[in-house]
Ligand binder design. Structure first.
Ligand code: NAD
Length: 340
């Protein structure tokens, strides 16, 4: 035997019995690690469920027993696009509840007309301002003008102004697309930026964003419009979370409003060719919107049932949603080919 291979050489330490045991131990712990991670996730999940389930029960309860409506007597409600359609209807409903109104519109004559109606029909205090709400500088100046005119601080800001645009993306001019994006999204950001600080200082306020049901599901006949309405839903959800994590959500509320078609305009009414579900009347939509704001709901879908159905549909894969949507469109909305 070669002397190099002699194992009992006096210079070599005796073989350790401890080392293989430690290695086995390490291997065992390593093998357990994924299991421990899964276990920790399960424990976290149980904790979240324990906290979340009572809240879910509360939400379900409030669906059947709605929360009490807040008193808005004497409060100042600012409505953008208050000169026509939904803005006008909502203004009337707040005035009937004793609120004071600031109506902001690019069409000053329309806003003034509605102010006059509010004064005559409800004896309400109401002010009209011409503002292009897609422009930050004009929104900023509006705040100064309201203060100068002594209207008082804004309690409820309703970002309602919007441009409705039917059309595939290739059919829209760059100018029109820009205007739609500016009015439908930027106005929400600018008006909120201008009026939120005052609400936080006074520890009182409510910001409402009017989006659309086409901000909940894809609407190919108005690609740019739908995109802006998705953006409004995202803006309102993020704003609401910002206020919550900053500890302001107890006194500054947010509500995102998603209406189905409302018969405010000829192009909306004409778009529906097989209206099994006809467009809502302006009064109907206005009533549901105001009720949701007064209950301080986070999201108001009008009508409510359509919101439940849409959320349910969105749980399924896109291909399944397409089957449901094609059926609904063909049977209930449009006569024409789905792709034209
Ligand atoms: N009508 C519907 O079917 C429907 C459905 C879902 C959501 N919505 C949304 O509801 C809101 C109101 O819609 P509507 O049907 O009452 O519209 P509308 O056209 O009847 O009224 C919109 C008002 O906004 C004003 N406006 C437009 N651009 C402005 C600007 N740059 N600055 C200030 N004011 C401006 C207009 O002058 C008008 O008075 C919109 O945001 C719309 O997208 C409408």
């Amino acid at each position: 035997m070669n002397s190099w291979t002699v194992s009992d050489s006096p210079t070599q330490p005796p073989p350790s019995t401890e080392e293989p045991v430690t290695r086995t131990h390490v291997k065992f712990v390593l093998a357990l690690e994924p299991l421990l991670t899964v276990l920790l996730i399960v424990v976290d999940l149980v904790k979240v469920l324990l906290v979340g389930l009572p809240r879910l029960a509360g939400e379900i309860f409030s669906t059947f027993v709605p929360r009490a409506k807040k008193d808005v007597r004497g409060q100042l409600v600012l409505i953008t696009g208050g000169g026509n359609g939904l803005g006008r209807a909502v203004a009337h409903l707040f005035a009937a509840r004793g609120s004071r109104l600031v109506l902001v519109d690019i069409d000053l004559a329309a806003a003034e007309r509605v102010c006059e109606e509010l004064k005559v029909e409800h004896g309400a205090s109401a002010w009209a301002y011409r503002v292009d709400v897609s422009r930050y500088d004009e929104c900023r100046q509006l705040a100064e003008r309201i203060e100068r005119d002594g209207c008082g601080p804004v309690d409820i800001l309703i970002n309602n102004a919007g441009l409705i645009l039917f059309g595939f993306i290739n059919d829209c001019s760059v100018e029109r697309a820009t205007a739609v994006m500016d009015v439908n999204l930027k106005s929400h950001v600018w008006m909120t930026k201008v009026f939120l600080d005052g609400m936080l200082e006074r520890k009182r306020g409510h910001i409402v964003g009017v989006s659309s049901m086409s901000g909940m599901y894809a609407f190919p006949w108005g690609v740019i419009y739908s995109a802006t309405k998705f953006a409004v839903c995202g803006f309102m959800a993020s704003l609401s979370e910002q206020l919550r994590i900053q500890g302001h959500s107890q006194y500054v509320k947010t509500t995102c409003v998603n209406p189905y078609y409302v018969a405010t305009r000829k192009d909306v009414v004409e778009f529906l060719q097989k209206p099994r579900f006809p467009p809502l009347t302006v009064e109907q939509a206005g009533r549901e919107i105001v009720a949701g704001i007064l209950r301080e709901d986070d999201v108001v879908t009008v009508p409510k049932l359509f919101g439940v159905f849409t959320r349910f549909m969105l749980l399924f894969p896109v291909s399944v949603q397409q089957v449901v949507r094609d059926y609904l469109i063909r049977e209930y909305e449009l006569n024409n080919n789905l792709h034209t």
